[in-house]
Every structure is written in structure tokens, then in C-alpha cells.
Design a protein around this ligand. Structure first.
Ligand SMILES: Nc1nc2c(ncn2[C@@H]2O[C@H](COP(=O)(O)OP(=O)(O)O)[C@@H](O)[C@H]2O)c(=O)[nH]1
Ligand SMILES: [Mg+2]
Ligand SMILES: [Zn+2]
Length: 343
């Protein structure tokens, strides 16, 4: 029988899995190394030459992934908890929509968690905002890590699943996890102590098991997730697919590639009462970012053209002498470096 275990941590060439309660340190089999696919945190893998005394094994195969988050690379996440604070930092709907759209893009199911509800005297005012997202079918919870409000519900959402927590720095992600499992002692920081937003993004990631108050378990990914936050990897005309409230309406636009901004016969513009203003603003914002991507593609297209010459009616690559002299290895290394940078 196949021995299957899930990778919860990777450290240089070592892959750590939990096999029936024992932490096993694994290396990759040579045959697997030759394959294109990398083993990432969250992957279910087949173990070979398992030695439970030395707690070592080899990974021979990766099981098919149910989901994949590219940056940081994590497989098989079952849901993303998007944590926002009602105050401190101020509720940022554009940011929230950004996370939501990334979930839609990656086909990961999101849950919205509004934390720090102890800081608001007037939750009714926020009802409007909650209802925007409720209507779209997203699950919403309200919590206060400080007053331990809504924690049972939060636990229920996490129970039995592998979840990634994302959200701006300072919204209370670590504090929420510490409320559930204080012994984890995750570092928390006052907002004033937080420095650069981007500093945490390259951190390693790891699956952390949680014990819930009802004795059941849950797993969370210890990473902010989504280290890329701009929509500069998607075409402008595909942004509407990330907004569930637009998907049906857009089918009745006059033009197939309608961007729903100024076009005639746009069914979205004709139905603006069905779309929340803040959501439409986010949409316009993401389309602008996506235009940068389109421009980049067009530019690269032009550049590529120039790299070809016509020889006997055939398009062939122009290779200048400088490049020709380079050894294959140097070339490979360059491609690898480029790929790494693009990640
Ligand atoms: N008032 C209030 N403060 C909170 C709550 N949750 C977290 N905080 C505070 O917000 C700050 C940032 O929390 P932290 O967990 O480090 O945020 P993270 O960056 O999302 O992990 C800390 O000073 C926490 O004590 C909450 O529910 N209410
Ligand atoms: Mg934190
Ligand atoms: Zn339209």
C-alpha cells in the first residue's frame, strides 16, 4: 500500500511530513528531482524507504493537487480567511476586493473575517458593507480577538480544514490564532511598531496544526499569502470574471471585449444599481493595473518580432555573435535566474 503524507515544512533540501503522528524528514528521490514539478508545502506525497526509527524517508511522487497558490507556493489549501480590521487600520474595501478577486482567480474559497469589532461603537453602520458581500454569497464572520468575541464561530470555520489567513499587516491575524492556541506564541505587533508592509512576504511558510476548544483540529498556513497584490498578470477584459455580480450581466453587453467603462450597449453600465459603488471602483482600479500587463505583452511582442529574420520565406531567430558564443550552461542559468525573478 502507498504511504501518503503531507509536506508541512520545507527547509533547504529537507521536506518534513507528518506520517501517522510521526514527523519524518524526507529527501527527494532522484527520479522526482528530474521532473519539472517542485514539491511544495501542502503537497501530499508518496513515501519510500520509510524508516520510522531514524524518522527518514524518500519522496517518490506528488499526488494530484486540489488547489495551488503560486506566491508563496502552497498546495491543497481549502479556504482563505481574509482578515480585515474594522478600525486600526481603517477598513480598506479596495484591499478586501483585491484579496477576494485573487481567491476567485485561483479558485480558492474565501471567508471574510472582520476583526477588532470591539473598536466600533456603531456596528449598524457597517451592516451595509457586510450586506454587500453577503449578497454575493461570501461567508462572513465578525470577531474581536481582544474581547474573544466570535471565536467559536471562527473555530467552526477552521475545523477540519487547511486554511490560509491573509490580510494587511496589523489586522490581527496572529492575535486571532493566539487566542485559539496561546501556546503557539505567534508574534504580534502594535501597528506603530510595524514597518514596511512588504517585509514579511518572502518568509518561509509552514502548515501549523491547531487544537480547537471542542477537541477537534484544524490547520493553518503560517504565511500572509498572496505576496503579489497587483493585477498585472491578467488581461483587462478578464477582470470582470473575478466579480461574481458581473458574470451574468456582462453576457448581455453589446461587445464581447467590453470593459464596462464607457462602451455603448454595456449591460453593466445599464445596471449600475445592482453593483455596489465600492466594488465597481475596485473593478476600475484592477482594470487599470491589468492594462499595464497588456502594454507589457504588446511591447514584448514587438521586441520578439525584431528577433526574427526572414530566410527563404521562413521566420528564423536572429542570433547575434555575442549570444552564440555563450555556453549552454550560462544560458540555462540565465533562464533560471529570469524564471526565479518572475516568480
Ligand atoms: N482592539 C483590538 N486590537 C486587536 C485585536 N486583534 C488584534 N489586535 C491588536 O492589533 C495589533 C496587530 O495584531 P497582529 O496580530 O500582530 O496583526 P497581524 O499583523 O495581522 O498578525 C496588536 O497590537 C494586537 O493586540 C482586536 O480584536 N481588537
Ligand atoms: Mg502576524
Ligand atoms: Zn459592458
Amino acid at each position: 500500500m502507498k504511504k501518503i503524507a503531507q509536506v508541512f515544512k520545507i527547509h533547504s533540501d529537507f521536506y518534513y511530513v507528518n506520517f501517522e503522528g510521526t514527523v519524518v524528514e524526507c529527501k527527494l528521490k532522484d527520479t522526482l528531482k528530474k521532473q519539472k514539478q517542485d514539491v511544495v508545502v501542502g503537497d501530499f506525497v508518496c513515501l519510500e524507504e520509510l524508516n520510522l526509527t531514524s524518522r527518514q524517508a524518500f519522496i517518490s511522487q506528488i499526488q494530484e493537487r486540489k488547489s495551488f497558490m503560486p506566491r508563496p507556493k502552497v498546495a491543497n489549501i481549502e479556504q482563505v480567511i481574509i482578515v480585515s480590521a474594522i478600525k486600526e487600520p481603517e477598513l480598506d474595501l479596495n484591499q478586501l476586493d483585491r484579496y477576494l478577486c485573487l481567491c476567485e482567480h485561483l479558485k480558492l474559497s474565501p471567508v471574510l473575517c472582520f476583526n477588532k469589532c470591539d473598536l466600533s461603537q456603531n456596528l449598524d453602520k457597517l451592516e451595509n458593507i457586510f450586506s454587500i458581500y453577503e449578497k454575493l454569497g461570501y461567508k462572513i464572520i465578525l470577531t474581536s480577538a481582544k474581547d474573544k468575541f466570535g471565536i467559536k464561530e471562527f473555530e467552526k470555520i477552521l475545523e477540519g480544514k487547511i486554511s490560509a489567513l491573509c490580510g494587511l499587516s496589523g489586522v490581527g491575524k496572529s492575535t486571532l490564532i493566539n487566542v485559539i492556541n496561546p501556546e503557539l506564541h505567534l508574534k504580534t505587533k502594535k501597528i506603530s511598531e510595524k514597518t514596511n508592509r512588504g517585509t514579511h512576504t518572502t518568509r518561509h511558510c509552514e502548515i501549523i496544526p491547531l487544537k480547537l476548544s471542542n477537541g477537534k483540529t484544524a490547520n493553518i498556513i503560517d504565511t500572509p499569502g498572496f505576496s503579489y497584490l497587483r493585477f498585472d498578470f491578467i488581461l483587462p477584459q478578464n477582470i470582470d470574471e473575478l466579480f461574481p455580480e458581473m458574470t451574468e450581466l456582462k453576457n448581455k453587453c453589446k461587445f464581447n471585449d467590453c470593459l464596462h467603462i464607457t462602451e455603448v450597449g454595456c449591460n453593466i453600465l445599464n445596471n449600475m444599481d445592482k453593483i455596489a459603488q465600492s466594488r465597481y471602483e475596485s473593478y476600475l482600479n484592477f482594470v487599470e493595473e491589468a492594462k499595464e500587463y497588456k502594454e507589457k505583452l504588446t511591447y514584448q511582442g514587438h521586441k520578439q518580432e525584431q528577433n526574427f529574420k526572414i530566410l527563404n520565406d521562413k521566420k528564423v531567430a536572429k542570433i547575434n555573435t555575442k549570444h552564440r558564443e555563450k555556453s549552454r550552461n550560462v544560458e540555462k542559468q540565465e533562464i533560471k535566474t529570469k524564471e526565479d525573478k518572475n516568480e
